[in-house]
Design a protein around this ligand. Structure first.
Ligand code: DSN
Length: 392
C-alpha cells in the first residue's frame, strides 16, 4: 500500500507546480541518508557522553554534522539534534528564559511564526508575549520594536519568520536588544539557504542564538538546528536534551550533514541565486499587471500577494490555482487581516522548489504569472504550453 502511495506522491510532486515557500526537493544522497540504518540506533546524549553503548560511529556522524554547520554558518557552536524548527525554538527559549519572562517577537500575521508566541502555541502560554508588526509600507516596524523594547523590557527579542519577503536588519534589532539588555534570537528557518549561499546577512554575526529548519531553502531533511556562541553552548545542549527531546534522529542528523556538504558547494550558490532571481522576476511580472504585494516586492525566495483590493480570498485563489493550473500555493494571513486563517487575504508564493527544475526560465515564469493573473484578475486563460512540457 505505502509503496504505491509513494509512487503517487512522487508523480504529484513531479507534475504539480509547487510554489509553497517552505518546501523544497532534497537530493538522492539526502534521501539515502534519511533512509539509512542510522534510524535503528538510540543515541540519547552527545558525542562521547551517551546513555547507550554502540555509538562510536554515530558520534562521528554527529561531530561531522556539527563541524559542517559551524563552517557553513561561521558560528562557534552547533546543536544538530532538534527534530524540527519548532523544537529548536522551544529549546532556545528554555536555554535562556524562565517561565513568565517576556519575549518581544513579530506577530504571526506580520509574517512571524506560531512558535514566536502565538497564544495557541506553547511559547504563548509559558512566556509573556509582546509583538511587533509592520509599518505603513509593509516593512518591519523597527521604530516600534525600539519603543516596545523600552516600555516592556523583554528578556528576549526574536526576529525572523515565515512570510516576510524583505531582508531583516539584524544589526538594528541587535542594537535595540543590547540597549535593553535583552537576548537577541533569529529564527532563520526560511532564509537559511540564502544565508549559507551568502545572499542574506549572516544572523550569527548579530544574534545570541540562531535557530533554523534544514528543509526549506537549505534543501535538506526535515529537521532543526541551533547555533550559538560558546558561552551559551552548555545551556542550549541541555535544553535540547534532556530539556525538550529524548533520543536524537541519527538518520536525520546524517542527512543534515549531507545537506551541509551540498550547501558548501559552489553549485548551491548558483541554485540560491536562481531562486532569488526567479522569485524577483515572477513578483515583478505580477506587480506590472496590477497585483499588489505586501512589502511592495521581494528580496528573498518568497513574496506575499495582498488580495484586499480584489474580491477574492486566499482560500479561493489557492483552490483555483490548483484546480485550473496545478499550481500549489498556500493561503496566508496578511498584517491586520480582517479575514480568518481559513480564508485569509493573502497568498504566499515561493520559488525554491520549482527552481530545482532546470527548465524553469523567464518564459516559464511568464506563463506562471499568466495563470495567477487569470485567477486573481480574471484575465483570459493562458495556453500554458511550456508548463505542460516542463512539469510532466
Ligand atoms: N510551516 C512552515 C511554513 O510553511 O513556513 C513554518 O513552520
Amino acid at each position: 500500500m505505502i509503496q504505491s502511495l509513494i509512487k503517487r506522491e512522487q508523480k504529484r510532486q513531479d507534475t504539480k507546480i509547487n510554489m509553497i515557500a517552505s518546501e523544497n526537493m532534497v537530493s538522492k544522497n539526502v534521501l539515502k541518508a534519511m533512509g539509512s540504518c542510522f534510524t535503528n540506533k538510540y543515541a540519547e546524549g552527545y558525542p562521547s557522553a551517551r546513555y547507550y553503548a554502540g555509538n562510536e560511529i554515530v558520534d562521528c556522524v554527529e561531530e561531522y554534522a556539527c563541524d559542517l554547520a559551524k563552517k557553513l554558518f561561521l558560528c562557534e557552536h552547533a546543536n544538530v539534534q532538534p527534530h524540527s524548527g519548532s523544537q529548536a525554538n522551544q529549546a532556545a527559549y528554555m536555554a535562556i528564559l524562565k517561565p513568565g519572562d517576556t519575549i518581544l517577537s513579530m506577530s504571526l500575521d506580520a509574517g512571524g511564526h506560531l512558535t514566536h508566541g502565538a497564544s495557541v502555541s506553547q511559547a504563548g502560554q509559558i512566556y509573556k508575549i509582546v509583538q511587533y508588526g509592520l509599518d505603513a509600507n509593509g516593512v518591519i516596524d523597527y521604530a516600534g520594536i525600539e519603543k516596545l523594547a523600552k516600555s516592556t523590557k523583554p528578556k528576549l527579542i526574536v526576529a525572523g519568520g515565515s512570510a516576510y519577503s524583505l531582508v531583516i536588519d539584524f544589526e538594528r534589532i541587535s542594537k535595540i536588544a543590547k540597549s535593553v539588555e535583552a537576548y537577541f534570537m533569529v529564527d532563520m528557518a526560511h532564509f537559511a539557504g540564502l544565508v549559507a549561499a551568502g545572499f542574506y546577512p549572516n544572523p550569527c554575526k548579530f544574534a545570541d542564538i540562531v535557530t533554523s529548519t534544514t528543509h526549506k531553502t537549505l534543501r535538506g531533511p526535515r529537521g532543526g538546528i541551533i547555533l550559538c556562541r560558546e558561552e551559551l553552548a552548555k545551556a542550549v545542549d541541555k535544553a535540547v536534551f534532556p530539556g525538550v527531546q529524548g533520543g536524537p534522529l541519527v538518520h536525520i542528523i546524517a542527512a543534515k550533514a549531507v545537506c551541509f556538504e551540498e550547501a558548501l558547494q559552489p553549485t548551491f550558490k548558483t541554485y540560491i541565486k536562481n531562486v532569488i532571481d526567479n522569485t524577483a522576476y515572477l513578483c515583478k511580472k505580477l506587480q506590472e499587471s496590477g497585483i499588489k504585494m505586501i512589502c511592495n516586492g521581494t528580496q528573498t525566495h518568497l513574496f506575499l500577494i495582498d488580495l484586499t483590493d480584489t474580491d477574492k480570498t486566499g482560500a479561493q485563489v489557492s483552490q483555483d490555482l490548483e484546480d485550473k493550473f496545478g499550481i500549489i500555493v498556500n493561503k496566508n494571513k496578511i498584517f491586520n487581516d480582517k479575514r480568518s486563517a481559513k480564508e485569509t487575504s493573502g497568498i504566499r508564493v515561493g520559488c525554491a522548489f520549482i527552481t530545482n527544475n532546470k527548465k524553469v526560465d523567464k518564459n516559464v515564469l511568464e506563463e506562471i504569472a499568466d495563470c495567477f493573473k487569470t485567477v486573481i484578475l480574471g484575465t483570459s486563460a493562458p495556453k500554458i504550453k511550456l508548463l505542460k512540457k516542463v512539469f510532466k
